[in-house]
Ligand binder design. Structure first.
Ligand code: DSN
Length: 422
């Protein structure tokens, strides 16, 4: 049976069949597999439509009411709507919705507050932090004197006493909280207190948990942080992009750093799509969604723990799970490859104190946002955990993987993905 394609693909096919086939195949892939990459999601049809709108045609360097190009009658309205919605949803004094993604958003923060060579402090990438929090291969680790904190070996969690001690010793100008593989609640108030004590600007990077914060399933950093940086496409379910929220006193510095400091014209189609996503996230149903993400991650974690998997920090409070596979006798990369053959897509990931290399690490990272967007609940998460265990027990058994991939397709057919043709 041929399945329907999104109408836009037919339009592309008229001039570029080769590309249309690739997009159509990706659309089918997204429909047919269980997507557990913790930074991915499915956007709504409305977000998708705004992303594909004519706003991509317009240049608008500057900010609403202060542009360097004419013809902004409608673009100003789009950006202002997006700014107002971001401020309203998160309760922030100021919002800049122009960063192209999370990394540029963080670079703008550096530009707003630091000079090259200044000391900054963030969580080390292998411990769960982000490249742009000062990791050595990133520009942020090269242009600044980066001091890194990690997690405790015995708990897999950040020890805020250690963070305080390091901050007192190193006196960073910026202190980052947040990252890409932190399965536990972040105590933003405690970080803010440390930053205040040492005179640092406190930056809460909520790229992963923005949707949970918006939906009340994770405490908000907004009352505590000087600046909140985020992507918009993970748990928030918006288009690929970035967002900066700040106290009013930092508004000018942030805006100047984004434009003209770092970027040219904003991507207006993305701004519009973000405005849609922020309106969606303000609906009461988004609260249910955010809490269901956490319930689903917890159910998947419980299913894995029952089957003897070691989870970093022993479980999860949010949307993600970091599995240390050392005791299972399989490394992260071969398991991720085998899982993909079984229709379950995740990423291999370093675990804290990983003796293996980042390209062949000991863990996998799992996230529950995309499956929750499909309407899956705890029962489906328990089934996913059982499949992961089956694959981990036989990572080379192609017949088993093919059988599970068929079962995954059947499950996915019962939970149509938002934004994809049913
Ligand atoms: N690459 C993103 C993630 O997967 O978490 C972070 O930049």
């Amino acid at each position: 049976m041929t399945r329907p394609e999104s109408p836009g693909i037919a339009v592309i096919r008229q001039i570029d069949p080769q590309l249309a086939d690739l997009i159509a195949a990706e659309e089918r892939r997204q429909a047919d597999v269980i997507r557990l990459i913790a930074s991915e999601n499915y956007v709504s049809s409305a977000v998708l439509a705004a992303t594909g709108s004519v706003l991509t045609n317009k240049y608008s360097e500057g900010y609403p009411g202060k542009r360097y190009y004419q013809g902004q009658q409608y673009i100003d309205g789009v950006e202002q709507l997006c700014i107002d919605r971001a401020k309203g949803l998160f309760g922030a004094e100021h919002a800049n919705v122009q960063p192209y993604s999370g990394s540029p958003a963080n670079l703008a923060v550096y530009l707003a507050f630091c000079e090259p060579g200044d000391t900054i402090m963030g969580m080390a990438l292998p411990a769960g932090g982000h490249l742009t929090h000062g990791w050595n291969v990133s520009i942020t680790g090269k242009f600044f004197r980066a001091v890194q904190y990690g997690v405790r070996k015995d708990t897999g969690r950040v020890d805020l006493d250690e963070v305080r001690e390091l901050a007192r010793k190193e006196k960073p100008k910026l202190l980052f909280a947040g990252g890409t593989a932190i399965p536990r609640t972040i105590d933003f108030a405690a970080y803010a207190e440390i930053a205040r004590e040492v005179g640092a600007i406190f930056v809460a990077d909520i790229a992963h948990i923005a949707g949970l914060v918006a939906g009340g399933a994770h405490p908000s950093p907004v009352p505590h942080a000087d600046v909140v940086s985020s992507t918009t496409h993970k748990t928030l379910r918006g288009p690929r992009g970035g967002l900066l929220l700040s106290k009013e006193k930092h508004a000018k510095a942030i805006d100047r750093a984004v434009f003209p400091g770092l970027q040219g014209g904003p991507h207006n189609h993305t701004t519009a799509a973000l405005a849609v996503a922020l309106a969606e996230a303000a609906q009461p149903t988004f609260k249910d969604y955010a809490h269901q993400i956490v319930a689903n991650a917890r159910a998947m974690a419980a299913g894995l723990l029952e089957r003897g998997f070691d989870l970093v920090s022993g479980g999860t409070d949010n949307h993600l799970i970091l599995v240390d596979l050392t005791s299972k006798g399989v490394a992260g990369k071969p398991l991720a490859v085998a899982l993909e053959a079984a229709g379950i897509v995740c990423n291999y990931n370093s675990v804290p104190f990983d003796p293996r290399k980042p390209f062949d690490p000991s863990g996998i990272r799992l996230g529950a946002a995309a499956v929750t967007s499909r309407g899956m609940k705890e029962a489906e998460m328990r089934q996913v955990a059982a499949w992961i265990d089956e694959v981990a027990q036989a990572p080379a058994d192609a017949a088993r993987h093919a059988r599970i991939a068929g079962e995954v397709r059947e499950l996915c057919a019962r939970f149509p993905a938002p934004g994809l043709p049913a």
